[in-house]
Ligand binder design. Structure first.
Ligand code: ZN
Length: 185
C-alpha cells in the first residue's frame, strides 16, 4: 500500500533540505498534493500485468500483432524526474491473443513505477512471454528524459531508444524488419 503520510513527511524534509519555508502560503499544501499525485503516478506498484494479459481469446492466425505509439509517462528511478514517450509492443501469438487495450494497460502498469527505460522495455517483453504465453515478443521504446534535458546534458527533444526481442524475434532479422516496416505504416 502507498503510505501517503510517509510521502508527505518526505516532501516536507525535501523542501526544508533546499532551504524552503514549508509553512509559507504556496507550499503549505504541497506535501499533501504530491502524496495524492504519487498515488496516481505510482499506481503500478500495486498492480501486476498478469490481470490484463490473462484475459485471452483463441485465434487460428498466429501472425504478429503490433500495437504502436502507446504514449506513456514514467519516473526515472535514478533522479525521480519524468521520462515519457511512446512504446511499440509486438508479439507472436501461440493460438491466443489479448484485447489491444490490454497491451497499453501492460505498458501502464510498468510505467507507473520508479523505472529505467531499459528495465521497462525488458519487463514488458517478459510479461508478454510469461503472462500471455507468446511465442515471441519485441518491444521498442522511445522516450525523452527530463533528468537529461532539464539539466542540459543533452539538448531538449533528444530521445533514448531501447529495444528488447524475445523468443521468435530473437536473432530473426526478417521478423524484426517486418516489425520496423509496420511501424512506418
Ligand atoms: Zn534519470
Amino acid at each position: 500500500m502507498i503510505d501517503k503520510n510517509k510521502i508527505e513527511a518526505g516532501v516536507r524534509l525535501l523542501l526544508e533540505g533546499i532551504g524552503e519555508d514549508v509553512n509559507r502560503e504556496g507550499l503549505k499544501e504541497t506535501p499533501t498534493r504530491i502524496a495524492r499525485m504519487y498515488e496516481e503516478i505510482f499506481a503500478g506498484m500495486e498492480e501486476t500485468p498478469k490481470v490484463h494479459l490473462s484475459k485471452t481469446f483463441q485465434v487460428k492466425n498466429n501472425e504478429m500483432v503490433l500495437e504502436k505509439d502507446i504514449v506513456f509517462y514514467s519516473m526515472c528511478e535514478h533522479h525521480f524526474m519524468p521520462f515519457y514517450g511512446k512504446a511499440h509492443v509486438a508479439y507472436i501469438p501461440d493460438g491466443k491473443v489479448v484485447g489491444l487495450s490490454k497491451l497499453a494497460r501492460t505498458v501502464e502498469v510498468f510505467a507507473k513505477r520508479p523505472q529505467l527505460q531499459e528495465q521497462m522495455t525488458e519487463q514488458i517483453a517478459r510479461a508478454l512471454m510469461e503472462d500471455l504465453g507468446a511465442k515471441g515478443a519485441m518491444v521498442v521504446i522511445e522516450a525523452e528524459h527530463m533528468c537529461m534535458t532539464m539539466r542540459g546534458v543533452k539538448k531538449p527533444g533528444s530521445k533514448t531508444v531501447t529495444v528488447v526481442t524475445k523468443g521468435q524475434f530473437q536473432d530473426n532479422e526478417k521478423l524484426q524488419n517486418s516489425f520496423y516496416q509496420m511501424l512506418k505504416l
